[in-house]
Design a protein around this ligand. Structure first.
Ligand SMILES: [Zn+2]
Length: 420
């Protein structure tokens, strides 16, 4: 296996769209670490987010470095080029040390017949009765099944290999962490599929440390999980069993773990995840992004005055462009348009009303998930406001930072690792 930069056991991916919340986010890691939940911070920003906002990957690195210096953070930290492909990776290479290689688009495309036949021939261990420790029922597979699943994923893995080699050549294999993501696709991957994918990844010599499968259920942006929580727990637990097994069987990095692209705020699956992680003493990488941008809006609204004004303006623009903003995220949002307040109504809202509708507090009857999802996908509007938005963040830094830190620490990190 190739060399790699090791990733810590628990790592927390946090997006910072406007690169102003690094310190507030890192403060959440610091508070969690003080309680024994040591999260390695990873700042992730995708090519799509950079494009929408008009920023360059160098700005993510600069913000991360500045936050680390300001807080005197002495543990590792990373900058993730999130959801990159061969055609988008280059501008990230000098600035990132974590690469999320997204090959979801190639899932289902047929590989070359010879390479498929060679894969099946190389892996007789995948055929028959597969008893994996900690999975109650062994999997029963046939050569046809293995060929069918490999036929679905092999090309995607080969492509990941090409992208990995491209990065390794430019950067040196020992200088970065590799994730492979398959979450942005239609159907979830089952545990036996995950095993076949990992076998193929090992064949491709990718020292993968995090893998992001698509899990069962809906992972809508900024709101809670929608789906069968028990089924999720069963699959998540079986995925952990498969990973532990594959590390030994295929010589993958011992730090290999699941990456959960949460779309932020999947609170109802944190307890099931915690139970499963404890069972295997496994690590996890949890990725959030938009939750921080929404806390910026909450902080601005809470500040009142010009802060509230800009938050109202952003909503007014968003509701006017609702179809345009929702289109790129159609598969990861469920907005009930009837529940979206009019711009005029929101213009009359107080700070408390705006905050209550937006803050992810499911106990609060005024919380409005449709309002929250629309604003989640409307960060472009804040980008359009340019310096005025950034000045507002600076002016109201204290209240914004308090919301950003508290959200990550109290609603995410504590429930995920500490169960409180
Ligand atoms: Zn993702």
């Amino acid at each position: 296996m190739n060399q790699y930069l090791p990733l810590g056991k628990y790592s927390f991916g946090m997006g910072d769209r406007f690169a102003h919340q690094g310190k507030a986010q890192l403060q959440a890691c610091r508070l969690a670490t003080e309680l024994g939940a040591s999260f390695i911070p990873v700042w992730n920003k995708s090519n799509r987010e950079h494009t929408f906002i008009g920023t360059e990957p160098a700005s993510t690195r600069a913000a991360a470095d500045a936050a680390v210096q300001a807080l005197g953070w002495s543990q590792p930290y990373h900058v993730d080029a999130d959801h990159i492909r061969l055609e988008t990776v280059d501008r990230f290479i000098p600035h990132s040390d974590f690469f999320t290689i997204d090959v979801a688009d190639s899932i289902g495309k047929p590989p070359a017949a010879e390479s498929l036949a060679a894969f099946v021939a190389r892996h007789p261990e995948l055929v028959g009765t597969l008893a994996i420790p900690h999975i109650d029922q062994p999997f029963h597979t046939t050569p046809e099944y293995v060929a069918k699943i490999a036929g679905k994923f092999l090309l995607a893995v080969q492509e990941a290999g090409v992208i990995y080699q491209h990065i390794a050549k430019a950067k040196g294999a020992a200088n970065f962490i590799t994730e492979v993501s398959m979450d942005e696709t239609d159907s979830p991957q089952t545990p036996p599929e995950l095993l076949i994918i990992l076998a193929a990844i090992a064949d491709a010599q990718i020292p993968i440390q995090t893998i992001a499968p698509k899990f069962t259920g809906r992972f809508n942006k900024g709101v809670d999980y929608v789906g069968d929580v028990q089924q999720f727990e069963k699959e998540f637990t079986e995925d952990l069993a498969v990973i532990a097994f594959a590390i030994g069987k295929y010589g993958l990095p011992p730090s290999l773990k699941l990456s959960v692209h949460s779309g932020s705020d999947k609170f109802s699956i944190y307890a099931p995840m915690r139970r499963a992680l404890q069972k295997f003493d496994a690590g996890v990488h949890i990725k959030t992004a938009g939750t921080t941008w929404l806390e910026e809006l909450i902080g601005l609204a809470e500040a009142g005055g010009d802060g509230l004004e800009i938050a109202r303006e952003i909503y007014a623009y968003a509701i006017e462009h609702v179809d345009e903003f929702c289109a790129p995220y159609a598969s990861v949002i469920d907005i009930d348009k009837a529940k979206l307040p009019s711009a005029a109504a929101v213009n009359g809202w107080s700070s408390e009303q705006f905050v209550a509708a937006l803050r992810h507090d499911q106990q609060n009857p005024a919380y409005n998930p449709s309002f929250r999802q629309l604003l989640h996908v409307s960060f472009k509007v804040a980008a359009k406001k340019g310096d005025r938005y950034l000045q507002a963040l600076k002016k109201h830094e204290a209240v914004v930072a308090r919301n950003v830190t508290e959200n990550l620490f109290v609603r995410h990190m504590k429930p995920l690792l500490l169960g409180q």
